[in-house]
Each structure stands twice: as structure tokens, then as C-alpha cells.
Design a binder for this molecule. Structure first.
Ligand SMILES: Cc1cc2nc3c(=O)[nH]c(=O)nc-3n(C[C@H](O)[C@H](O)[C@H](O)COP(=O)(O)O)c2cc1C
Length: 728
């Protein structure tokens, strides 16, 4: 706790620690007996007030936030019974008499996390009576990402259904957006929860007969949304000021950067997140001589297959904005099988430069081969603390940083807060505090989140920061394998699996002197570089004595994103850029089927494809033109967003423009002929714009008002005729 030791001149309104820590029981009494709009509550001191805390999480964020709520509840003398929504044996909503708090994320294309699927299905049952949840009082925090078309859909579904079934909100729902930073909503939402919880507990114990009344939407406490962060004034009398650099007009920066701020931020009082309680110790044991770094490999729970790369080809010209590569994997002899539309995982290590840089930066380079022993701190205040299950027991330090932790992920604000306490320089401490504060949100976005800064890059700007290894394990997420869509059909390429990707590039910026590449795409590009066939060039000859590149892959559970089972059903595919990948698989499959059944009845097929330049990045051009010639692809509509306009009529720039140009046909295929509509690619802009275009088409061609058009498009989704495979 560097700040406390050094007696800071300024005082921080630490969002979660505004009050002093006291013993649980006393806090419980204060919490319950505090005067409020409902007056005082007479509750026996010994009884801790309980609430049920349910979470549904796919990748762990909702779970971590639920745990954080549980921890804060403990600090306030409350008991949070925390369960995953899938643990139905541990909770019973039908009999629940305490307030219920839900924290749920959304995954896939607006779907509930796997662990919430059964719960949501049960809640949606049409047979439930209208007062089924009338006894419940609840608050809900929905996590999502506004880059996806169905923002927070799972949370919204649960929320709506609970209200339909008579449950009453005691606190306004929070919708946290991972696209801009969950903490922007999560922190104030949790802060406001406690006052609302106090009222709810007071209500429920004082007037149990009220439970079951019709819900009153105005009744929900909105304090979480209106929450104003409290600031404590600068306190000049509190001794020397290690955390606020002396004001010096000559040395003050003119412009903000990663490591320096300008007024008003540099002079503001700050509201920062609570210091996350430490919960792990990490000890380096003896070196694992036998394993060394060669023994390192992916940490996976599912079966992983090591397969050879049999082909690597650059699909774009050297001067294209992005470089797209096609890789072919040899899957014959493995249990791996797939259908077009399926995807699979590639397990990749972290970049060597980042791993080595971190080892050097942490002063642990000489100990890379040592085994890491992780243990829970016995006195930790973190509830439900666990050693991450994805770190193998005998992992070496090198393996931990290479295969287990997502070391290139953008450090979250809570991590920055924790780094303050490992930093000795006062100016650096202050800047880290600014970056994780409410007031410094814009700087955090500009210098940390938007450029995708890694921990190593961040540490470069804060030389006096020396985090212990345990802090990295506590704060860095798991290194996840990366999903890719199959871009081939095994009917056409037996025993092979192809996929295509753009090499992700992160340009130099404040804090990143040298550009870097994406973790997986950068690694794959480097791996295949000796065997890469340049665009239009010859294939490199065999490399005698050199083993061919290999990658570790696993199957991803199949989605609904498959060709229509009835081949007569017409369909439309929309996939700009590498979003065309699954459609190459679809078309190869259909092409082969047509060869096998020449007299077969096959529905018409449309592909709306988009590139930047016709000559530079028109992926699969020859193959697509062959599909058109053979009649497998009945309509190919390609647009080029950055080519100069040719001819009189304005050419469509993007796939959605092209869809609008073919309004009549699109409406006919989808609404008259019951066809299917597939979208693959970037969720951020494209999928949303395509959805908008489709709503417009439904409105124009079916003569519908906006709301009816929305419903017509929603019906396509419900009937699984509007399918998406999109990424953010
Ligand atoms: C594959 C994937 C699909 C997603 N789909 C959606 C979506 O359809 N709508 C949405 O609002 N957020 C979506 N998200 C964003 C997550 O809900 C958000 O990142 C959340 O914080 C994840 O929480 P979790 O780790 O508890 O699952 C998606 C995220 C991923 C990785």
C-alpha cells in the first residue's frame, strides 16, 4: 500500500472503499440500520442479511464481477450466496425470499452463455403462470458488447421475462459495454447497488406481504445510474506529496501522452477503483531441466490435434491494405471432421518478443525454466478465490507466460490500480491512478485501450513499476485459442482443412515504439513464412532437413451456420473480406454435390462480397468466377470500397449498398421463397449495417412500417434463416 505508507497529500474517494473497514457484524448493523427513505430498520445485530447472487458467464468476466460483488457484500456485512446459473441444485428461485442479483453476459449471436442456456429456456417456458416470479425482487447487470447487433441480449431477455412473470426490480438494470470498457457501467452500478439493496432488504423484511404486488417500473432505485462519484478535496495538511508531482510550468507537458497528463486531469481529485485484494502467491521452485522450454505447449481442456500445414499462400498483393493468407492443414488420420460453416480453434503461443521482454522487465530472465508454484494467500479477502485451473501444476515460468496468460491483453483499470502499489516514482503513481480513474477515462481509452497496449508496453512508460509475478497471474486473463471458420469442403478437399485470415497489425503509438502483429495471426505468418507462396508466384520448393510447420487445433462445437439441409432452398451469403471464408466452403460443397447429381434441383445462390481494391485484395477471385461459370453461384455481386468511381452511375461501396441495389431479389428469396440469409465478418460495422439494410428491404418490399419490418427480420432469426458468424 505505497500510498498509505507515504501519506499522500491528496485523498482518493476509492469507489468501493468509501467507508473505513470495520468488523463484519458492526458493518451489517450499520448497513441495515442506516436511516433512509424507509426509516430505521430494527434487525438483530447477529443476523447477516443475505441475498442470492447468480451469474451466467462464458469467458469469466461476469463470474469475476459477481465475485467482486460478493466480496464487497462481505465487506458490508452482507452474505451473498453466489452460484452459477447452471448450478440449479444450489438455488431455488421459486422459493427465494431474499433479493436476487443477476450478472449475465451474452455470447454468440445474442445468445446466453452455455451455463445460462437451461435457465433461460426454463424462464421462457410459455406454460409459466403470469405471477410465477411475483415473489422475487431482483437487480440485473447485463454484460455485452455494442459492436454486436444484439447488445446484452441475454440480460435483456432475462430482465424482460422476469418482469412479465411479475418479479420486481429493486435497482435499475445496468448494461455494461465491453466495446468501450465494462467498468464504465460496472463500477457505478455496483456502487449504487448497496443503497438499493439496503432498501430492498428493508422492504422485504418490513412488509413481506408486499411481495407479490404488481411490478412498478418506477419503483426501481435508479441511484446506480445517477450515481455521482464522490471526490474528497485535496488535503494540503496531510504531509508531503509523493503522489502529486510538483507543478512546474517549464517541465509541464504540453500534450498528454501515455505517461504524462495535462490540466485539468493532472490537477483533478480522482475517483479510482478499489484496490483488488491480492489472493495468490507465486514462488519459483527448482528448474525443470528435463522439460526446459521445449516441453512447453498449449494448455487445453479439450482434445488437441497437432497437424501439418500443407499449403500456405498469400491471397493479397503486396500493396493491399491488409495481408490475407490461406493455410491448408492435413487432418487425415485425426478424428477431426468438419462441415462447411464449422469453425475450429488454433492454439498459439504469445509472441517471443513479449515473453522475453516481460522476463527481462520482471528481472526473471535467468529463471525462465523454473517451476512456478501458485498458492492461495490464506488471509485473502477475495471471496471464492481460486488458483486458475488452466495453469498446469508443473508449468515453468516460460510456459506460464507463453501458453497460459494472455500477456498481450489490454490491462484493465483494476490492474492499473494494483500496479500503482508496485510503483515507486510519485509522478508515475499519479499517472497510473489517473489512467484508472473515472476522470481519466478518456486518457485510458486513448492511450491504453484503443491502441491495444500490452502490459510490457505499458511498463515501458512506467520504469519504476515492478509488479510481482503473482499480480500478473491474478490480473491477466487466460490465453484463449483463436477461432477460425473453415474455408473449404471436405467433399472437395478430402483430409484437408483450409482457412484464411488477415494478419492483424498494431501500429506504433505513444507507448509502442515498434509496431507489433496480432498474437495468432502474427505467429501463423511467421511460422509459415519459409513455405509461403507469394501471390501469383511459384510455390517454394521443399526445405530439406527442415520439419514442416505444425499447428495445434481443436474442434469447436458446431453452430447452426450450415448449408440448408434441403438443397432446393435458395440462399444469400454476405461476407466482405475474409468473411467470405465459410462461403468458399459452402460453394465448394455445393459444386461437388452438383457434379454428383447433375440433374438435381438446387436453389439459387447469391454472394455479396466486398473488397477494397479489385486488383489488390479480391480474395478467391478465380475460384468464385469458376463457380459462376459452372452455375454453382448464380449471382456474384462484388463491390470495391476504395477504387475510383468508373462510369456514370455511382457504384455501391459496401455490401449493404449492394444489398439495397438488389432489394427486390433479396426480398423475394427471403420472404417469398423462404430462403436463408448468411452473414460472416466484422461485427462492428458491417453486420449492423447489413441488418439495417435488411430491415429497410423488408419495409420497402413488403410495405411494412419500421416496427413490422423489424419483426419480419426478427422472425427470420427465430426460424434460423438469418444466421451470422461474426467477430468483434
Ligand atoms: C464470441 C463472442 C460473442 C459475443 N456475442 C455478443 C452478442 O451477441 N451481444 C453482446 O452484447 N455481446 C456479445 N459478446 C460480448 C460479451 O458479452 C462481453 O465481452 C462480456 O463481457 C463477456 O462476459 P463473459 O466473459 O462473462 O462471458 C460476445 C463476445 C464473444 C467473445
Amino acid at each position: 500500500m505505497g500510498l498509505n505508507r507515504r501519506g499522500p497529500r491528496f485523498a482518493l474517494a476509492v469507489l468501493h472503499n468509501v467507508t473505513q473497514p470495520r468488523r463484519d457484524c458492526r458493518r451489517a448493523c450499520e448497513f441495515l440500520e442506516a436511516p433512509g427513505p424507509f426509516g430505521f430498520l430494527a434487525m438483530p445485530c447477529q443476523v447477516k442479511s443475505r441475498f442470492l447472487l447468480l451469474y451466467g458467464s462464458q469467458r469469466g468476466q461476469a463470474k469475476a464481477i459477481a465475485e467482486e460483488i460478493g466480496e464487497q457484500a462481505g465487506e458490508r456485512g452482507l452474505v451473498a450466496d453466489i452460484c452459477c446459473l447452471s448450478q440449479e441444485d444450489k438455488y431455488n428461485l421459486e422459493k427465494e425470499t431474499a433479493p436476487v442479483v443477476f450478472v449475465v453476459s451474452t455470447t454468440g449471436d445474442g445468445e446466453p452463455p452455455d451455463t445460462a442456456l437451461r435457465f433461460v429456456k426454463g424462464l421462457r417456458a410459455k406454460t409459466l403462470p403470469a405471477d410465477h416470479c411475483a415473489h422475487l425482487r431482483y437487480a440485473l447487470l447485463a454484460l455485452g458488447d455494442s459492436n454486436y447487433p444484439h447488445f446484452c441480449n441475454c440480460g435483456k431477455t432475462i430482465d424482460k421475462r422476469l418482469r412479465e412473470l411479475g418479479a420486481q426490480q429493486f435497482y435499475a438494470t445496468g448494461h455494461a459495454d465491453d466495446g468501450v470498457g465494462l467498468e464504465l457501467v460496472v463500477d457505478p452500478w455496483i456502487e449504487g447497488l448497496w443503497e438499493a439493496m439496503r432498501k430492498a432488504l428493508s422492504d422485504m423484511s418490513a412488509a413481506p406481504e408486499r411481495r407479490g404486488c404488481a411490478p412498478d417500473p418506477g419503483e426501481a432505485d435508479r441511484s446506480g445510474l445517477d450515481l455521482k462519484i464522490q471526490f474528497l478535496a485535496l488535503n494540503d495538511s496531510a504531509g508531503p506529496s509523493p503522489a502529486v508531482p510538483e507543478s512546474d510550468a517549464e517541465t509541464a507537458p504540453l500534450e498528454a501522452s501515455l505517461h504524462a497528463s495535462v490540466p485539468p486531469l493532472s490537477e483533478s481529485a480522482l475517483g479510482v477503483p478499489a484496490l483488488p485484494p491480492p489472493f495468490l502467491s507465486a514462488e519459483l521452485l527448482e528448474p525443470l531441466e528435463l522439460l526446459g522450454t521445449d516441453g512447453d505447449g498449449p494448455c487445453a481442456e479439450e482434445p488437441v490435434h497437432q497437424v501439418s500445414v500443407t499449403r500456405a499462400e498469400q491471397l493479397t498483393r503486396e500493396d493491399a491494405v491488409k495481408t490475407a493468407l490461406l493455410l491448408e492443414l492435413e487432418i487425415a488420420g485425426t478424428p477431426f471432421s468438419y462441415e462447411p460453416g464449422d469453425s475450429f480453434h488454433v492454439f498459439c503461443p504469445n509472441p517471443t518478443t513479449q515473453v522475453e521482454g516481460l522476463l527481462q522487465r520482471l528481472g526473471l530472465a535467468a529463471r525462465r525454466g523454473h517451476r512456478v508454484r501458485l498458492q492461495l494467500l490464506p488471509q485473502t479477502r477475495k471471496r471464492a478465490a481460486q488458483i486458475p485451473s488452466y495453469i498446469p501444476e508443473n508449468a515453468t515460468l516460460h510456459c506460464l507466460l507463453t501458453w497460459c496468460l494472455e500477456i498481450t491483453s489490454v490491462p484493465k483499470k483494476a490492474f492499473l490500480r494494483a500496479l500503482v502499489d508496485c510503483t515507486t516514482d510519485a509522478a508515475e503513481q499519479r499517472r497510473l491512478l489517473e489512467l484508472c480513474s473515472k476522470q481519466g477515462s478518456a486518457d485510458y481509452s486513448r492511450f491504453v485501450r484503443d491502441p491495444g497496449l500490452t502490459l510490457l508496453e505499458l511498463l515501458g512508460a512506467f520504469p519504476s513499476c515492478a509488479p510481482p509475478l503473482s499480480l500478473l497471474v491474478e490480473h491477466l486473463p487466460r490465453l484463449h485459442p483463436r477461432p477460425y471458420s473453415a474455408a473449404s469442403s471436405s467433399l472437395c478437399h478430402p483430409g484437408k482443412l483450409r482457412f484464411v485470415f488477415n494478419i492483424a497489425e498494431y501500429p506504433a503509438c505513444s507507448g509502442r515504439p515498434v509496431p507489433r502483429r496480432g498474437v495468432c495471426t502474427g505467429w501463423l505468418a511467421q511460422l509459415v513464412s519459409p513455405v509461403l507462396r507469394p501471390r501469383g508466384g511459384p510455390r517454394p520448393g521443399p526445405q530439406p532437413g527442415l520439419p514442416g510447420p505444425k499447428v495445434s487445433v481443436s474442434l469447436r462445437p458446431s453452430t447452426a451456420f450450415h448449408l440448408p439441409s434441403d438443397p432446393t432452398v435458395p440462399f444469400i451469403m454476405v461476407g466482405p473480406g475474409t468473411g467470405v471464408a465459410p462461403f468458399i466452403g459452402f460453394l465448394q460443397h455445393r459444386d461437388q454435390q452438383r457434379r454428383e447429381i447433375p440433374d438435381g434441383d438446387f436453389g439459387e445462390t447469391w454472394l455479396f462480397f466486398g473488397c477494397r481494391h479489385k486488383d489488390r485484395d479480391f480474395l478467391f477471385r478465380e475460384e468464385l468466377e469458376r463457380f459462376v461459370e459452372s452455375g454453382t453461384l448464380t449471382h456474384l455481386k462484388v463491390c470495391f470500397s476504395r477504387d475510383a468511381q468508373q462510369g456514370e452511375a455511382p457504384a455501391p461501396k459496401y455490401v449493404q449498398d449492394n444489398l439495397r441495389l438488389h432489394t427486390r431479389d433479396v426480398a423475394r428469396v427471403l420472404f417469398k421463397q423462404n430462403g436463408c440469409f448468411y452473414v460472416c465478418g466484422d461485427a462492428k460495422n458491417m453486420a449492423r449495417d447489413v441488418n439495417e439494410a435488411l430491415i429497410g428491404i423488408a419495409g420497402a418490399e413488403l410495405g411494412l412500417e419500421k416496427l413490422e419490418a423489424l419483426q419480419a427480420v426478427a422472425a427470420l432469426r427465430d426460424e434460423k434463416r438469418y444466421l451470422q458468424d461474426i467477430w468483434g
